[in-house]
Write a protein that binds this ligand. Structure first.
Ligand SMILES: Nc1ncnc2c1ncn2[C@@H]1O[C@H](COP(=O)(O)OP(=O)(O)OP(=O)(O)O)[C@@H](O)[C@H]1O
Ligand SMILES: [Mg+2]
Length: 229
């Protein structure tokens, strides 16, 4: 599905992502976990094309994506939920959702969105900025999913959200993934959340993958140690 090889990303002279590689299978969920500043956002932004990679390969279904623009990567099947959600505060909920469909012929909100998130239907004419953090996260996920992605990329979706809502988000993502048939790459620092959704865990430290675990044999103490040192 998604294949990343020897990816290197710099800010000026600062080498932030170092020879990163992974392969993501169909319907697989991969959690990329690491503390603040370890490179999660930089890695995800380079996958979606918001930051250029200096070298490496990113391929989706065998199609090379490196060097292509974000909107082209979305058209190929990537979708992105940014850290902090980045809702347009002065656009309505509905306009925010439709902003994810710019390249598509149909300009109506697909039924699955409001079926999945009834609160977004209730609030469809309110400004995005008036929603709670959890509601904005539902909105950001909807905006990403209306392009029918093969791979959904989420950057720290639990940040600033209450634990009870985080649980709902995990449940909903698992259901949507099965119903709509996509894979996920999710960056996180909250292990109990990724344990609800991930098949595999990769730990990133200073821009390099340093440890890997699978759902079947996850060493939670070890992962916690990486996240709290
Ligand atoms: N625009 C930028 N210019 C220069 N350096 C940057 C820039 N953005 C991030 N960095 C640096 O790159 C490194 C990785 O940052 P990044 O934001 O990818 O980490 P992160 O794992 O997403 O952290 P967090 O959990 O806080 O979101 C950090 O050392 C950070 O200071
Ligand atoms: Mg980040």
């Amino acid at each position: 599905m998604l294949e990343v090889q020897n990816l290197n990303v710099y800010y000026g002279d600062s080498h932030v992502i170092r020879n990163v590689g992974f392969a993501l299978g169909e319907r697989e969920t991969l959690a990329i976990m690491g503390r603040n500043g370890m490179g999660k956002t930089t890695l995800l932004k380079s996958l979606i094309g918001l930051l250029p990679a200096r070298s490496g390969n990113v391929a989706l279904d065998g199609k090379q994506l490196l060097g292509r623009k974000s909107y082209e990567r979305v058209a190929e099947g990537l979708a992105y939920v940014p850290q902090g959600r980045m809702i347009f505060p002065y656009l309505t909920v509905e306009e925010n959702i439709l902003s994810g469909m710019e390249n598509m012929p149909d300009k109506t909100v697909p039924q699955f969105v409001y079926d999945t998130f009834p609160v977004l239907h209730e609030m469809r004419n309110r400004k995005g900025g008036n929603l709670s953090g959890g509601q904005q996260q539902q909105l950001a996920i909807s905006r990403a999913l209306v392009s029918n992605p093969k791979v959904l990329i989420l950057d720290e979706p639990t940040e600033g959200i209450q634990p009870s809502i985080i649980k709902d988000i995990a449940k909903t993502l698992n259901r949507l993934k099965t119903e709509r048939n996509f894979s996920m790459v999710v960056s996180e620092q909250v292990l109990w959340f990724t344990q609800e959704i991930a098949d595999r865990f990769l730990i990133i430290e200073k821009g390099e993958f340093v440890y890997e675990d699978s759902k079947e044999r996850v060493d939670t103490a070890k992962i916690h140690a990486f996240l709290t040192v």
